[in-house]
Write a protein that binds this ligand. Sequence first.
Ligand SMILES: C[S@@+](CC[C@H](N)C(=O)[O-])C[C@H]1O[C@@H](n2cnc3c(N)ncnc32)[C@H](O)[C@@H]1O
Length: 229
Amino acid sequence: MDPAGTPTGYDRLQSQVIPGYGSLARLAVALLSCSPEARQTGSDVLVAGCGTGAELLEAVAQRPDWKLTALDPSAEMLAESRQRLSAAQTSATVFWQQSTVEDLLDLPGMEGRFCGALSVLVLQSLPDDGSKLAFLTALARSLKPGAQLVLVDLMRSALSSLEPQLDAAWLAFQAASGLEASAAVGASQGLHPIGLARLTSLVNAAGFGDPARIFQALGFEGFLLQKRA
Ligand SMILES: C[S@@+](CC[C@H](N)C(=O)[O-])C[C@H]1O[C@@H](n2cnc3c(N)ncnc32)[C@H](O)[C@@H]1O
């Protein structure tokens, strides 16, 4: 069993290719904690795509009063998250939900329920064929008006002529960082990064205001988004 906070295989992988990965979840939680809705004691907060629990561990450490909904469609990821949270021996309230955000809205009481949400490294895995918009729309619908979402994702360069070079360089960077070829991911292998203009248009269509960038490291960017009142 992994003691709380000890990096799992997945987390080690992320730390190898994302500078500041260890601080990312900490900053995301701190940002939401200071937001107008989620700063209230006992706020309902959604961790969308909780994976192995990096954001959850930070959330229970910084805001043990929050009522957290930890959501992920992968049973394996949820199991690892639960194990790490239980090792952290937190008294925080955590509801576990094996589901996508899109399917969460089918459950009663989820519309407009949350005072804030975190989505770290999830949107990048969804193709831009309506799936990204459906994910963002579901997140917006799950939030109260004026509530905020912290979104962190791999972004695409603004200059499309550079894309082939950047895709190749991203794979080379992962290899040089010690990742085996089978573990490396690129735009053609399960990641679908988009640029800022496209992100802005998608989040506006989903019901959020314009994204405010609060973090940038290599190709990764973090944004604060507010659901329109
Ligand atoms: C790259 S992991 C990131 C995990 C964690 N947020 C982190 O930063 O370490 C992406 C996670 O998003 C989940 N996921 C994929 N599609 C999703 C969706 N539509 N709704 C919610 N979670 C989703 C995956 O199962 C996976 O656990």
